[in-house]
Design a protein around this ligand. Structure first.
Ligand code: SF4
Length: 337
């Protein structure tokens, strides 16, 4: 069976947790459309309603019962394009790829091409589900170090390792590098390449084309079906696409300036944090006591209590219920254990 050497869940193979079965939905480049948000909300209705953002910009649907028909539900909206490769489609990109003032290249299409080429190679289905690609548009905002990074160095030039390449060459080189991590060549996953990356601040950011990217975050990275459906309406209203980041934020891109105030007001009504000075920013926690039998205390409650005490520019904190420290973001201080 492809990719059976690790226990990372997907949509086809679920993980058994204390609160039921858990599915992980990969969002290539963190991108999710309004229709896909609605499908995830419908899938969450089959579980306990909790949807988590992960530190790799994926979504986790919790509390599912055996036999839940997720494949059909999510496949119909393009969230399961390759059942054999679904767990290895881990491709991070900046939530404002190609739109930031520091962006050197528009990388949305490159991310799509990398995903298609990855899924077209049967051997790469054997990669670990923890293997991570990153596509950095030059702005340094992918938010996570990766095993293989494609870095824009010009509008149509990209670096992979030490080679400077065309767009197509960069995709080929990234997949060649990934093959070196296949289990028969590299037992164990190997180290990630530590390219320092940052995350996008909360609130409005003017894109280089004059439109606005609006970033918000759910408290401790958790959403519910009502919020997901509300986000879909905001995205439709402003013809904007939503992007999830490794910092567990949500960014609506390409909003016309005239629509920003109403979009921000609606995100606040949905309970999302848009204030860049909020103590919730940089605060995360593992799934916690109700979802995991290993938890020795209520890490999510402890994290929530910190929100009022810390400042947004304090070092990020991640609260974990045990030493496994699941979901620890790069650069965050481990708390509680
Ligand atoms: S860190 Fe420990 S308590 Fe928290 S989800 Fe992971 S295994 Fe469970």
């Amino acid at each position: 069976m492809p990719g059976q050497r690790d226990r990372c869940p997907g949509v086809v193979r679920l993980h058994e947790a204390a609160d039921g079965l858990l599915a992980r939905v990969r969002l290539v480049g963190g991108r999710i459309s309004a229709d896909q948000l609605r499908a995830v909300a419908d899938a969450a209705d089959l579980g306990n309603g909790a949807v988590e953002l992960t530190s790799r910009a994926s979504l986790q649907i919790r509390g599912l019962q055996p036999g839940a028909r997720l494949g059909e539900l999510l496949g119909d909206v393009g969230l399961l394009p390759s059942p054999t490769h679904e767990r290895v489609r881990n491709i991070l990109a900046s939530p404002v790829a190609g739109r930031h003032r520091r962006s050197l290249a528009d990388t949305d299409q490159l991310v799509t091409e990398l995903d298609l080429a990855l899924c077209a190679d049967p051997s790469l289905a054997e990669l670990s589900g923890r293997f991570l690609f990153a596509v950095d548009d030059g702005a340094g905002l992918t938010g996570h170090a990766a095993h293989v990074t494609i870095l824009a160095v010009g509008s149509d030039r990209f670096r992979v390792g030490t080679s400077e390449l065309s767009r197509a060459g960069a995709v080929r080189a990234a997949l060649d590098q990934a093959r070196a991590y296949l289990p028969e060549r590299l037992p164990g996953l190997g180290a990630r390449h530590a390219r320092p990356t940052m995350s996008l601040p909360l609130g409005a950011l003017e894109q280089r084309d004059g439109r606005i990217a609006l970033t918000a975050m759910p408290r401790l990275g958790r959403l519910d079906p009502t919020t997901l459906r509300g986000l879909a309406v905001v995205a439709d209203t402003h013809r904007a696409e939503l992007r999830v980041s490794a910092a567990r934020t949500l960014t609506l891109v390409d909003i016309p300036p005239a629509g920003v105030a109403s979009a921000e007001a609606r995100l606040s009504e949905l309970g999302l944090i848009t204030d860049p000075t909020s103590g919730w920013f940089g605060l995360s926690a593992c799934s916690g006591q109700n979802a995991c039998t290993a938890a020795s205390f209520d890490a999510r409650a402890a994290a929530a209590a910190r929100a009022a005490q810390r400042r947004a520019d304090d070092q990020p904190e991640h609260w974990a219920g045990c030493r496994r420290s699941c979901g620890l973001p790069d650069g965050a201080r481990l708390m509680g254990v």
